[in-house]
Design a protein around this ligand. Structure first.
Ligand code: ADP
Ligand code: ZN
Length: 220
């Protein structure tokens, strides 16, 4: 099963993907996480990606498609995967169709998480991440704060704000999202795989409920 998570930064893609990954027993593949791993290893790809990520820009398609192509060669994705943060441009979506076709796979479901525009910036800037690379738990100062401020509930490490979640960079990421990524949902509309749903605080739809709806939807 191949599932794609679409949505703005901090829309909840990663959190919903994590629940679905456990439910279906298929790995969650986040291009943002892969890039951050390359950056902390000090590799060439990491250096290149970092130039764009620190500005809140997208890493060029050639680089991104290449890392996804090699990830698709790994044995653990044989039975499927949940892509979280890829594709983010229509070109990436087209490249993914080709990559999957070569492997005899196709996209089963594209989940588009819609968050009201007025909530987006707030959700990004109040996000906090566990600094323990093995844990990477995600919190939000308002929506789901840690029990002790600044400390991860799961592993006790300190929490930090991702550099690109700071206000000015977050604003730029939203501009880039509207320009490059929002059209990807339209691309999938025609294929019939698109499932749009709202993950919003104002109407109280939390990640577990959305994941539950998706599981029910897939059973039908
Ligand atoms: P978020 O969860 O807030 O959307 P991610 O961790 O998915 O953030 O992505 C962080 C950054 O990594 C992006 O702003 C971008 O610079 C880079 N990135 C991640 N995925 C892609 C992609 N598919 N194409 C280009 N750049 C990407
Ligand atoms: Zn932790």
């Amino acid at each position: 099963m191949v599932i794609i998570m679409l949505g703005a930064p901090a829309s909840g893609k990663g959190s919903v993907a994590e629940i679905l990954s456990k439910e279906f027993g298929i790995p969650q593949v986040s291009t943002g996480d892969i890039f951050r791993k390359y950056i902390s290893n000090g590799s060439e790809i990491g250096k290149k990606a970092n130039e764009y990520m620190t500005k809140g820009e997208l890493v060029p398609d050639e680089v991104t498609v290449q890392i996804v192509a090699s990830r698709l060669e790994e044995p653990d994705v044989e039975n499927g995967l949940i892509l979280d943060g890829f594709p983010r441009t229509v070109n990436q979506a087209k490249a993914l169709d080709e990559l999957l076709a070569k492997k005899g796979k196709k996209i089963d479901l594209v989940i588009n998480l819609e968050v009201p525009e007025e909530e987006l910036l707030d959700r990004i800037t109040t996000r906090r991440i566990c600094t323990n690379k093995e844990c990477k738990a995600v919190y939000n100062l308002k929506l789901h704060p840690s029990k002790v401020e600044g400390i991860c509930d799961k592993c006790g490490s300190t929490l930090e704000q991702r550099d690109d979640d700071k206000l000015e960079k977050a604003k730029n990421r939203l501009i880039v999202y509207h320009r490059e990524t929002a059209p990807v949902a339209d691309y999938y509309k025609d294929t019939g795989a698109l499932y749009s749903t709202t993950l919003s605080v104002s109407i109280n739809r939390m990640k577990d409920e959305v994941a539950h709806d998706v599981i029910e939807y897939l059973k039908k």
